[in-house]
Design a protein around this ligand. Structure first.
Ligand SMILES: Cc1cc2nc3c(=O)[nH]c(=O)nc-3n(C[C@H](O)[C@H](O)[C@H](O)COP(=O)(O)OP(=O)(O)OC[C@H]3O[C@@H](n4cnc5c(N)ncnc54)[C@H](O)[C@@H]3O)c2cc1C
Length: 515
């Protein structure tokens, strides 16, 4: 089926639905875009942590002015994912400036550099990238440069208060000509996989293209025939979530994660509070026992400003359920699913919002490049991009479990299960060759390359989690004194720079921006 798209109806005005509408508006200004949502219902509270690409999507592709965004959304900057205690390993960071750790192979001394990292630096608090120093010193990426001007180190993502962010996106939609319709869709009319119309109690809506952005409700997608779901079968499938009070002085500019007996905890500081969660495997633990573990965790990370008993009973905490996996064809006939409606991989590494925002932009670009014509090849191209995105996320999340071990049924199961052939390939090649940028990732599915996470991203997780390489363990590879001296100076300079030039979040908002 092919046809020219003149109008789009996005069902669901969560963050992803609104970003999709904004992306279409930006790239296809002649296309009419409406978003239907029962806007009166509360915005879901999860979805606060992002990764690096969010900066480019919001401020580059969507041309959202950064000062206005900071003023209205009040983000907190995230420089790393901080593994404070992951199955009893020493604390370590996954920083957004991984490239500063793993030099390009053609850089002078790159091999020595890797060996030194393998042997010494990966668990050293004295050899941190700028992102890692920002977290260790409790700073923001904003600093005063030599001329006294306010500048930003660009390798940081955001923590967002979802209510502020969603409110801002709604305002932006109105300003940019996206129509927001306050209504709840109750019925979807289809012929096979073709969506004919959607209906609310009082109205009917049709369009050339429908976008299902209804989150886990998946109200259009469920009605489409021929939509196959690829289940990743990660056992983590539920989460508790509470928010506690916290002063801006106590902000940690990282998403902090720690393991529990049946999953892992998150700790995300936003402008307004500290957001805490426990993602667990309901097959291995009942809600009461998981809540007890969560309660202990929350007490441990509580601040002087917090309510002394924030977790309370089961009825008092938000509880989420999810399945990890995605619909193999995101765009079927005249309906495209995006966001949680299309897929979700458990929230370790906080991939959902940013990955979907990126896909929304790719969709708008693709349609724009093809003169608004939707045909099977355009759909295929988009669906391949979606597939690569989810598979890349799956591989990267799996690496966190492949090398983890704790003495409970869940963690034993996670350490021994089979993940993807792509991940096995990276692990095998690290063992045989050490750090190598050239790992061939083609597999039987014909996925020539993964998106989002590159091989160095995997290395940044593998060594701190305990992976070892026969190549380094058996060969007498020497690191020169010259390189060691050079690195000592380099890391000292970064530490001093962050210490003397960077502002804390509190200094930035209260002294510089007077917020
Ligand atoms: C436990 C957990 C933790 C997470 N943490 C993160 C994180 O740290 N970072 C991250 O990027 N992502 C995270 N996510 C994913 C996060 O949920 C999404 O990134 C984000 O909320 C955007 O989702 P969405 O817009 O697709 O769906 P939603 O936010 O659920 O929005 C769906 C919208 O559809 C509307 N809707 C539904 N049904 C109808 C209907 N019938 N008619 C009209 N409107 C309808 C709803 O009102 C809602 O506004 C997490 C998810 C979970 C479950």
């Amino acid at each position: 089926m092919s046809g020219t798209i003149d109008d789009v109806l996005v069902v669901g005005g969560g963050d992803v639905g609104l970003l999709t509408a904004l992306g279409i508006r930006k790239q296809l200004p002649t296309v009419d875009v409406r978003v239907v949502d029962d806007f009166g219902t509360e915005v879901p509270q999860v979805g606060k942590s992002t990764y690096l690409d969010i900066q480019n999507i919001l401020h580059g592709q969507l041309e959202i002015e950064e000062p206005e965004f900071i003023d209205e959304v009040k983000p907190i900057w995230k420089a790393t994912v901080f593994f404070r205690d992951w199955c009893d390993t020493d604390a370590f960071h996954y920083p957004f400036d991984v490239s500063d750790t793993f030099k390009q192979p053609d850089t002078r001394n790159s091999s020595e550099h890797f060996v030194y990292y393998y042997d010494n630096l990966y668990d050293s608090e004295d050899h941190q990238t700028r992102c890692e120093q920002i977290v260790s010193q409790g700073k923001s990426p904003w600093y005063h440069d030599q001329n006294g001007d306010l500048s930003k180190y660009n390798k940081c993502a955001y923590h967002l208060n979802t209510a502020r962010f969603n409110g801002y996106l709604r305002k932006l939609c109105r300003q940019r000509g996206v129509e927001l319709v306050d209504d709840e869709i109750t019925d979807v009319e289809t012929t096979g996989s073709h969506v004919d119309a959607v209906h609310s109690a009082s109205d009917s809506y049709d369009a050339d293209l429908f976008v299902d952005a209804t989150g886990f409700n998946r109200i259009l997608r469920r009605e489409q025939e021929a939509a196959e779901f690829r289940d990743f079968e990660f056992p983590l499938d539920a989460a508790f979530n509470v928010r506690i009070d916290r002063s801006l002085d106590d902000v940690i500019p990282a998403t902090v994660v720690e393991t529990g007996d049946f999953g892992w905890f998150w700790h995300i500081d936003t402008y307004d509070n500290r957001d805490l969660g426990y993602v667990f495997a309901s097959e291995y633990v009942d809600d009461e026992a998981a809540l007890e573990e969560f309660r202990e965790y929350v007490e441990a990370v509580s601040t002087a400003d917090a309510d002394p008993n924030p977790v309370g009973d089961l009825e008092d905490v938000d509880r989420y359920e999810f399945t990890s996996g995605y619909y193999e064809r995101a765009w079927v006939d005249n309906c495209l699913a995006i966001g949680n409606a299309e897929g979700f991989v458990e929230p370790l590494q906080s991939t959902a919002l940013t990955a979907n925002a990126s896909l929304a932009m790719q969709f708008a670009n693709l349609l724009s490049a093809h003169g608004r014509i939707a045909d099977d090849d355009v759909r295929l191209a988009y669906n391949r991009a979606v597939e690569r995105t989810w598979e890349s996320i799956y591989d990267f999340i799996a690496v966190h479990y492949k090398y983890s071990y704790a003495d409970t049924d869940l963690w034993r199961e996670m350490a021994t299960r089979e993940y993807s052939p792509r991940l096995d390939r990276i692990a095998e090649e690290f063992d045989r060759f050490g750090y190598d940028w050239q790992v061939e990732r083609a597999n039987e599915d014909g996925l020539q390359e993964l998106s989002i996470f590159t091989v160095p991203d995997f290395y940044a997780m593998m060594r701190p989690l305990g992976a070892s390489s026969v190549f380094y363990d058996t060969n007498d590879f020497r690191v020169s004194n010259e390189l060691v001296r050079e690195l000592e100076q380099y890391y000292r300079r970064i530490r001093t720079q962050v210490h003397s030039q960077h502002l804390t979040v509190s200094e930035l908002y209260q002294d510089v921006l007077n917020g």
